[in-house]
Design a protein around this ligand. Structure first.
Ligand code: FRU
Length: 428
């Protein structure tokens, strides 16, 4: 296909950074981007619930927090006897903690009365004074009889952590609706054309260079019918994912103003999920997760972690590895992991994700949803997967190994030599 046929001009319209069809057409599995196969853990750490999207309590500067020796994380959860496909309808945020970065304990549901019918992904801030804030997506309207798909970005304040007896995350929490789509920069539910719109997954970020405080989120760019973007091709325009951003002028975690998206993918992909930034060596690495089935017609992508790099937070992002692909699943286990989250451990970039569907026989996710209930249950991981190790240099990345399921190293923990390092040492 020529660049023109690929519709290179769809994204990055209005002067913002964009993921173009031309770039996305280069997506292919390589040795550097395919994660090792994941096998189920020998013992399930939290057998009573399925967990999927997970985020760590972080300090304002983005580093993972350690509170009196504990690592703390938050996950979307559902009872483990529920059919995995139904989990998004009942998602509840639970807190987990660990004093060794390997064995995790369930601190229970975080909220008594959250907003929304159910809660979708977010992030968590351990502020300088020890207070805890949770940012999450309120999905559906509380009180509505049927399940609805409205998404609002909410901040909960009032949290603190007690560790005198045993670990406890305490309230009382107050819930504040922070952001709704404006219909201009960010698509509202009534503007979306085909697939469901997105306005979710808030992620707190303080820019180390400017000190400014930001909230990133997953969104869509409105593309009115009859618009001439993507050469007026309706079928492409329906795929309009973006990475949204809001700024807190005072640094207050509960007061935000919408700004123009950081990047969009009009004509490329509908869902740029769980956007987050890792700042390293003076560069801003912007990561998102996306699905095989949310790429626009004419493009082939995977369930994968994708990334971009720029010199400023609002810079002109270029895709990592030329296409954007950073980490994906092996071809014979294409849905084994999802919802990747990158973070720094010293100088190394680690990536955590959840263990999704495994033991594949070439089915699509849709086909899996039609297997017998016991088969669907049997093939769903529903726990935190192995942590990937990523070598990052400029706009190139390479998977160099992995740690165990749920292994999130403590500060200063020395990681084992990678296979590559072992081989190199063996040669000397
Ligand atoms: C990604 C995701 C998130 C959303 C959550 C809902 O796995 O789609 O964007 O918050 O799942 O369960």
């Amino acid at each position: 296909m020529t660049n023109e046929a690929l519709g290179e001009g769809c994204s990055g319209t209005k002067g913002r950074a964009g993921w173009t069809r031309e770039q996305a057409s280069r997506i292919e599995r390589t040795d550097d981007t395919v994660a090792p196969i994941v096998y189920p853990p020998q013992t399930e750490q939290i057998p009573e619930v399925h967990i999927w999207d997970t985020w760590f309590l972080r300090n304002r500067d983005g580093t993972l927090a350690t509170v009196d020796g504990y690592r703390v994380c938050f996950s979307l959860t559902a009872p483990s006897d529920l059919l995995p496909g139904k989990r998004h309808d009942v998602a509840t945020i639970r807190c987990f903690y660990s004093d060794d970065g390997r064995n995790w304990h369930n601190a229970g549901p975080v909220f008594e009365e959250p907003l929304g019918q159910r809660q979708w992904a977010g992030s968590a801030l351990y502020d300088d004074d020890g207070s805890v804030y949770l940012f999450y997506t309120a999905a559906g309207e509380e009180g509505a009889e049927d399940l609805t798909y409205t998404q609002r970005i909410v901040g909960a304040g009032g949290g603190s952590i007690e560790t005198a007896d045993e670990f406890e995350l305490c309230g009382p929490w107050t819930h504040h609706e922070l952001l709704q789509p404006d219909g201009d920069r960010y698509e509202r539910e009534d503007q979306s054309r085909r697939m469901i719109y997105t306005f979710r997954d808030p992620w707190f970020f303080e820019d180390p260079e400017t000190g400014e405080t930001w909230l990133l989120f997953e969104a869509n760019t409105p593309v009115p019918e009859g618009s001439d973007v993507c050469g007026g091709d309706d079928a492409l325009q329906e795929f309009n994912g973006s990475v949204g951003i809001a700024r807190s002028p005072t640094g207050d975690p509960l007061a935000w103003e919408l700004e123009d998206p950081l990047l969009d993918a009009v004509g490329v992909n509908q869902e740029l999920e769980r956007p987050h930034v890792v700042y390293r060596d003076g560069l801003y690495y912007l990561f998102i997760s996306s699905h095989l089935h949310t790429f626009a017609p004419g493009l082939e992508g995977f369930d994968a972690l994708y990334g971009f790099v720029a010199e400023d937070l609002r810079g002109d992002y270029v895709p990592l590895n030329e296409s954007g692909l950073v980490a994906t699943n092996p071809e014979n286990a294409p849905f084994q992991s999802y919802s990747w989250m990158a973070f720094l451990h010293g100088d190394e970039v680690l990536v955590q994700s959840f263990f999704n569907y495994y033991d594949f026989d070439g089915e699509t996710l849709d086909e899996i949803a039609h297997l017998s209930e016991s088969e669907q249950m049997r093939r769903f991981g529903g726990s935190l997967g192995p942590t990937l190790r990523l070598e990052v240099e400029g706009s190139r990345t390479r998977i160099i190994g992995s740690l165990g399921h749920w292994h999130i190293p403590l500060d200063g923990e020395t990681l084992p030599l990678t296979d590559r390092e072992l081989i190199r040492r063996g040669k000397h």
